[in-house]
Design a protein around this ligand. Sequence first.
Ligand SMILES: [Zn+2]
Ligand SMILES: [Zn+2]
Length: 153
Amino acid sequence: MQSTASVLSQLKSNYPQFSFKLGDNFLWSPSDNTIYYDKSIGFRPVLLLHELAHALLVHNSYDRDIQLITMERQAWDYTKELAPAYHITIPDDIIQSNLDSYRDWIHDRSTCPICQATGIQIEKSVYSCPACSYQWRVNEARTCALRRYELKT
Ligand SMILES: [Zn+2]
Ligand SMILES: [Zn+2]
């Protein structure tokens, strides 16, 4: 497997339309057309490619949390297509763990704090409970931070 530094320099020359910058997380930021990467949580080429996939798929906005899972799945599928050109292999458990973390996150957000029923997202940051009618706000969606990422390779 290639070093991330070498993959990074290849990506910079292959995709001059995007900026690549050191940041607090691995993150595709449409507003400044930048792919951020983080050295602290595993400075891994696969994560760089994953954010690049989001960028190339024009994952710039969404309306409902559930769409994020679809976008994640699409991004991983595309990451797999990009990977061979950079001699990168992607263990399936990384993808599963990442998708699971999104499902857990959505489950937490959508659970009614009063009665624990599953709420319905009625606006980008508002859920409503069909059982008790309680409404609650959620914060802005998470970034593509891969919190359960445990890369063993
Ligand atoms: Zn409720
Ligand atoms: Zn992602």
